[in-house]
Ligand binder design. Structure first.
Ligand code: C2E
Ligand code: MG
Ligand code: MG
Length: 441
């Protein structure tokens, strides 16, 4: 195998190549370079051969980050040319090189030495980096790399293609310039995520979610006429999947906006059907909060179910505020003009910028459970004391989350916190149980 010490001199050659102006590349020249590149079919044949010969080998799938931008900024001719030059340089590594699709290049290294993986990854990155520094492109280009150890983690062409895709997708999801080596546990993790996504889609279609309520109580007398609405998916609970995990997956797959609409629709229906007069706090994801169509949806649902908006408090997290404070303010004003109240949920877990409290028109502040857990610790006590004082000055209601014992409750009450929520008073319960609704009535 050609030693990589030659990269420097080969790089000089590449640099010369890259200096060639794109205008000099005529269509025939480009297509000649690209037509000599081996494609997916040749990759599959080569891999089949290696498997039949019981060889050990490593597959690297290289995906150029933001390749679309190179095409857009420098033209498709240049994009093709860039790829062709990369191929040439990769071939010089004496690895079999294949173009699997647009900007995805597979390299096959015949070795049983897993230690060579990190060396080869460095060489691949050096080549891409060098190519991108050429005068004609002069912009930093990086790549994502998926790595698969065969036949250990891929015993057939189909499984090799599937597993290398898993590795490259994970690398791309982690951000640019990342490499991921496929493992069975990575596959298990992705299978679990996929299973949750399919389950959520099914539950949304079949009304397969439940709504639970947890009381928000007055610190003075523990009375309550206000509840937080919490989604439950009982069939997933049995499989050890928490609602937090479901929400996390849904936020990444964008199913969260459908979940938010589902909860609004179902809760408004319950309020109408049973003529409820209590207040209900509903969690809204950042995605929904930023979606103008979602605000129109809220408006439509108020009319459809004749629900009084004063009964509804929408809980948003700090994450919803950080993106763009002016846009956040605009959306909050629109939502508030419909008559809803808005609470800032989980305060203290993320950015905790006091800036939001003064600038955005919140009605309530929910102090995160992590502060309540540590309220006996002098530092947390001081923080919470000042936070409550500030919220009171700003005329915001304060709600302490996750109160589990009466010591926590008494300390928070003494600090001037108005409301509490937690297992001390009640765990979340099915809405029918919590509201004492008998379906037969
Ligand atoms: P959250 O909005 O902060 O909800 C409060 C969480 O604290 C709930 O967890 C509740 O069950 C839990 N909790 C309340 N008191 C106690 C306590 O004393 N001890 C302990 N250990 N936990 C307590 P849950 O129901 O698992 O919900 C987790 C998160 O999932 C919620 O946090 C919220 O961010 C999200 N979520 C739940 N339902 C929905 C929903 O319908 N839509 C959206 N977008 N998110 C939801
Ligand atoms: Mg909440
Ligand atoms: Mg919370």
């Amino acid at each position: 195998m050609l030693a990589f010490q030659n990269l420097q001199s080969r790089g000089m050659m590449m640099n010369e190549n890259f200096k060639m102006s794109t205008s000099m590349l005529n269509h025939t020249c480009r297509s000649t370079i690209l037509s000599t590149i081996k494609n997916r079919q040749t990759f599959e044949n080569a891999v089949n051969l290696l498997l039949n010969e019981k060889k050990e080998f490593i597959v690297y799938l290289v995906d150029i980050d933001d390749f679309k931008l190179i095409n857009e900024q420098h033209g498709y001719s240049y994009g093709d040319y860039f790829l062709a030059c990369l191929f040439k340089a990769f071939n010089n590594l004496l690895l079999s090189t294949f173009r699997l699709s647009g900007d995805q290049i597979a390299l096959v290294e015949e070795t049983r030495d897993l230690k060579s993986i990190s060396k080869t990854i460095t060489k691949i990155r050096d080549i891409v980096n060098y190519a991108s520094k050429s005068e004609s492109i002069n912009q930093s280009v990086t790549c994502s790399i998926g790595v698969l150890n065969c036949p250990e983690d891929g015993k057939t062409v189909e499984s090799i293609e599937r597993h290398i895709d898993i590795a490259i997708n994970e690398a791309k999801a982690k951000g640019k310039n990342t490499d991921i080596i496929y493992t069975q546990s990575l596959k298990d993790k992705l299978d679990r995520v996929r299973g949750i996504e399919l389950g959520v889609a099914h539950a949304l279609q079949t009304d397969g979610f439940d709504l639970f309520l947890q009381p928000i109580f007055d610190m003075n007398d523990c009375s309550h006429k206000k509840y937080e609405v919490l989604l439950r998916w009982l069939s997933a609970d049995n499989k050890g999947i928490s609602i937090g995990e479901v929400i996390g997956v849904a936020e990444k797959s964008s199913q969260i906006t459908e979940i938010d609409r589902y909860v609004i629709d179902k809760m408004f229906f319950i309020i109408m059907k049973y003529s409820r007069q209590e207040k209900f706090c509903i969690n809204i994801s950042a995605q929904s909060f930023y979606d103008d169509v979602f605000i129109s949806f809220l408006e439509e649902k108020l009319l459809e179910y004749s629900v009084s908006p004063e009964l509804i408090e929408l809980e948003i997290t700090e994450y919803s505020c950080v993106k763009d404070i002016e846009h956040t303010k605009k959306n909050m004003q629109r939502i508030k003009s419909l008559g809803f109240r808005i609470a800032l949920d989980d305060f203290g877990t993320e950015y905790s910028s006091l800036n939001y409290l003064g600038k955005l028109p919140f009605d309530a502040l929910k102090i995160d459970k992590s502060y309540v857990d540590e309220i006996c610790n002098p530092t947390d006590w001081i923080i919470v004391k000042h936070l409550i004082a500030l919220a009171n000055e700003l005329k915001l209601d304060t709600i302490a989350e996750g109160i589990e014992d009466s010591d926590q409750k008494n300390i928070l009450k003494d600090l001037g916190c108005k409301y509490g929520q937690g297992y001390l008073i009640s765990k979340p319960k099915d809405y029918k149980v919590m509201l004492d609704i008998n379906e037969d009535d």
